[in-house]
Design a protein around this ligand. Structure first.
Ligand code: GLU
Length: 481
């Protein structure tokens, strides 16, 4: 095991292939076609020198950085997927994550192939200036090999990266492509001021919430788990309070769920009576960690959160967290996969036997890439969503309201009036597009499962759906019958 508890012996890419093979058995495709879908199309491994500064001493030296960009599938272009900054980055991991992106995009009907990037660094060791230098150099390497561009491959944030890194990427890209009118579409997850879209930062967490809410709304599926419908009143725990974990937890809390456990890199905090999410976040910020957190039981092993007694467990950190070792001790009835690949196939087998519902990553965390798609569309269209129609809608609504008041002789109160009049702005449209995507995709997966009685779990159904969609883009080309 590595220091963050991840199994280093198991191939993550092989695990994705195992899930794929399990699903492919339910489909009737030619082996050659299935092999083409499964394979990573392009793997770019790079090494580049960067002048780094020791954070404490300020001493400068040259370090050779190991980095990757993998385009798993070019069945649709551009390819799409985040860039991860972590000392645990390796080729196998980036390949697996790129493959998951292909299936994820297919499930939510985002017309992209899957990709992923990784830079093997421990960010804590470096000054902000060094991280900027690494990011800009990495971007330059992608440019040199034609691995980035609005029509080619569009990176985004992932573990260890965010808006700041994305704005360095777009700025570097622009410097090399001053005549490219669509240059801003070369990367998503940018700050609003750099061509980002409202709602992107919260999108993955919001999608986790919408997807879980949809699953929990079906009484027929909740009954075997011994759960009532709805999110309200459910006890949940979250592993990881990064962008995905924090926003997932925030939307669950807003919907009336009780947060009974959290974990960060240093420890887990458990409190069956409930934790105050915002207070936990503030404490983490002020104290640089949660080890001394006073309002819950602190357990030094962060993975302890996975075994908390709760209804919904949201692993929102890294892959291979739930293994055959800890799966038998998991008490949650629903596992809502915010992270990519948090359950190994062996763990999943144990959990399914225990009747746990697993809402799979490649569907549940697709909110990020869905809103990335909206951002890319915004960049290509060069106009903010809602700009053209907001005022028109409001003027039309006003005519309706006046007519209703005239016909009924009643005056509509100012709060209701405001709600009835308001036209949608960018954030409203992004969130409603995301909500619709997550609801539609959940039912597509569930229907696939219902149609084929032999498919017993949502992940296999999601893979069947994804493989079918990717396969159709090859068969319609006439390459395969
Ligand atoms: N890194 C995120 C993911 O794993 C987002 C990818 C994107 O927006 O392209 O889904």
């Amino acid at each position: 095991m590595s220091k963050n508890g991840r199994r280093t012996t198991e191939s993550f890419f092989r695990n994705v292939e195992r899930y794929f093979d399990k699903a492919a058995a339910f489909l009737n495709y030619d082996t050659g076609l299935l092999n083409q879908i499964k394979a990573c199309n392009s793997v770019y491994q790079m090494r580049f020198p960067v002048v780094v500064e020791d954070k404490k001493t300020g001493k400068q030296s040259v370090q050779v950085i190991e980095a990757y960009r993998v385009q798993h599938s070019q069945h649709k272009v551009p390819c799409k997927g985040g860039i991860r900054y972590s000392i645990d980055v390796n080729q196998d991991e980036v390949m697996a994550l790129a493959a998951l992106m292909t299936y994820k995009c297919a499930i939510v009907d985002v017309p992209f192939g899957g990709a992923k990037g990784g830079v093997k660094i421990d960010k804590k060791q470096y000054s902000d200036e060094t991280i900027e230098r690494i990011t800009r150099r990495y971007t330059t390497e992608l440019i040199k090999k034609n691995f980035i561009g609005a029509a080619i491959d569009v990176p985004a944030p992932d573990y260890g990266t965010g808006e700041r890194e994305m704005s360095w990427i777009v700025d570097t890209y622009l410097a090399f492509h001053p005549n490219d009118i669509n240059a801003y579409g070369c990367v998503t997850g940018k700050p609003i001021s750099q061509g980002g879209v409202r709602g992107r930062k919260e999108a993955t967490g919001r999608g986790v919430y919408f997807g879980t809410r949809e699953a929990c709304s079906i009484a027929e599926d909740m009954r075997p788990l011994g759960l009532s419908t709805g999110i309200e009143g459910k006890r949940f725990a979250v592993q990881g309070l990064g962008n995905v974990g924090y926003y997932s937890a925030k939307f669950f809390v807003e919907a009336g769920a009780l947060l009974v456990g959290v974990a960060e890199i240093d420890c887990a905090i458990i409190n069956p009576k409930g934790l105050d999410l915002e207070h936990v976040m503030q404490w983490k910020q002020e104290h640089g960690g949660l080890l001394q957190y006073p309002y819950g039981k602190v357990i030094k092993n962060p993975q302890a959160v996975l075994e908390v007694d709760c209804d919904i467990l949201i692993p929102a950190a890294l892959e291979n967290q739930i293994t055959e070792e800890n799966a038998p001790r998991i008490k949650a009835k629903i596992i809502a996969e915010g992270a990519n690949g948090p359950c190994t196939p062996a763990a999943e087998e144990i959990l399914l036997k225990k009747n746990v519902m697993i809402i799979p990553d490649m569907y549940l965390n697709a909110g990020g890439v869905t809103v990335s798609y909206f951002e890319w569309l915004k960049n290509l269209s060069h106009v903010r969503f809602g700009r053209m129609e907001k005022r028109f809608t409001e003027n039309t609504n006003l005519l309706f309201v006046r007519e209703i008041e005239r016909l009924t002789g009643q005056h509509i109160g100012s709060n209701e009036r405001k709600l009835l009049l308001e036209g949608a702005d960018e954030e409203d449209l992004v969130n409603s597009g995301l909500e619709d995507t997550m609801i539609t995709a959940y039912h597509a997966i569930r229907d696939t499962m219902k149609r084929n009685k032999k498919i017993k779990d949502l992940r296999t159904a999601a893979f069947v759906l994804a493989i079918d969609k990717v396969a159709s883009s090859y068969t319609t080309l006439g390459i395969w019958p």
